[in-house]
Design a protein around this ligand. Structure first.
Ligand code: 13P
Length: 394
């Protein structure tokens, strides 16, 4: 891989595969020309302005993302936890409960959907996409095709989905999606190997470039899994390595930073580490990592919850918003927004309203945390129960 010091003299920089001294010798430029040789300009994407607007509207004060993009298999696990079968009708009923919650748009700026939901309607025929628009919530779409074993690695995985991605993104845009998500994972206890980090970063960057080219703001999500008994310092080290590489390849792929959103894991000790860290420590480590790695051009950092309890995820977000940050620091939670909703609903039609209220409670709590004004006072025991599962797949 090419590396260059910031202080390197210009003659060390290759331009289009040649260095400036070679170019001066060519017939294109007179030998004594003082003119600088520029690389071919990068074509501005036709969606640039719209991408910036979309990203800004998702990263708006007091709002964050509701992630309900579970694949059918993972949605099946959510339904099984309350004794429901994994049928299309049950998935639709659950998503209908979530997406028709009145007033949700006050706290939620975007909802990430699975493909099935993007094309689905309520039982009385209103498209889910229109339910979201009604609340001023941007519809988003999971575009990766999931994780598979990465041959040649230390039992690690890579994320599939680049083939045909451009045409899928174009179709999703027509259907109303305005942002996309691609989740890949990095395992601390399994290395991570240089190969796995490079593959994860390159895949994210290719995806981001393709999504932007088709009008979708890419959420860039290299999830550093909670699995392991390592201390928080080790997570920091791995996160710095991963994000350095992700930004290297994002830049190489000419991704426009103003039109992306990040979905990092918080920097915490491994789930099996002997000591737990306080929200203040997690905020300090996480913000240190982000400030070292993420340019201020990026509009929003939308954290995943990764198996933390609802209250933990909210307290940690709140701790990160106690002083101003260069970017909007918010949430894109799945488990930490859905757990009490599922428990309240239990699949009973008569409990839909109560479950929607439970969603509003969590959404409002995280909205307050985005503004740095949350207190856990009065939170129930259920919301404090952790949801970590070893080797969790999404
Ligand atoms: P969790 O908040 O459950 O970790 O979900 C992460 C995710 O990637 C959802 O889009």
């Amino acid at each position: 891989m090419a590396t260059a010091k910031l202080s390197a003299p210009a003659s060390q920089w290759a331009i289009g595969g040649r260095n400036p001294a070679d170019l001066r010798r060519s017939t294109l430029l007179p030998a004594a020309s003082p003119r600088r040789v520029a690389a071919a300009p990068i074509r501005a994407g036709s969606y640039s302005d719209e991408l910036v607007q979309t990203a800004k509207s998702i990263a708006s004060p007091g709002r964050g993302i509701l992630a309900i993009d579970e694949s059918n298999a993972t949605c099946g696990k959510r339904l099984a936890s309350i004794g429901l079968d994994n049928t299309e009708a049950n998935r639709q009923a659950y998503r209908q409960l979530l997406l028709t919650t009145g007033g949700l748009g006050e706290y939620i700026s975007g909802a990430i959907l699975f493909e099935e939901t993007l094309y689905q309607s309520t039982t009385d025929g209103k498209k889910f996409v229109d339910c979201l628009r009604h609340e001023n919530i941007m519809p988003g779409i999971k575009v990766d095709k999931g994780l598979v074993p990465l041959p040649g690695s230390n039992n690690e995985s890579w994320c599939q989905g680049l083939d045909g991605l451009a045409s899928r993104c174009a179709e999703y845009y027509k259907q109303g999606a305005r942002f996309a998500k691609w989740r890949t994972v990095v395992s601390v206890p399994n290395g991570p190997s240089a190969l796995a980090v490079k593959e994860a970063s390159w895949g994210l960057a290719r995806y981001a470039a393709i999504a932007q080219d088709n009008g979708l703001v890419p959420i860039v999500e290299p999830e550093i899994l909670l699995d392991g008994d390592h201390p928080i310092e080790r997570t920091l080290e791995v996160a710095e390595k991963v994000w350095a590489e992700v930004f290297f390849y994002l830049a190489e792929n000419n991704v426009m930073f103003e039109g992306i959103l990040l979905k990092p894991s918080m920097v915490t000790p491994g789930a099996e580490h002997k000591e737990k860290a306080s929200p203040e420590t997690i905020a300090k480590f996480t913000l240190t990592m982000l400030k070292r790695r993420v340019p201020p051009a990026v509009p929003g950092i939308m954290f995943l919850s990764g198996g933390q309890s609802e209250v933990e995820a909210t307290l940690n977000l709140n701790a990160m918003n106690q002083s101003p940050n260069p970017w909007h620091v918010s949430f894109s939670y799945a488990r930490a927004l859905q757990n009490s909703v599922l428990k309240t609903w239990q699949g009973r039609p008569e409990s839909v309203e109560a479950a929607q209220k439970a969603l509003l409670v969590r959404a409002r709590a995280n909205s307050l945390a985005q503004l740095g004004r949350y207190s856990a006072e009065g939170e129930g025991e259920e919301a404090k129960t952790g949801m970590f599962q070893k080797g969790y797949t999404y």
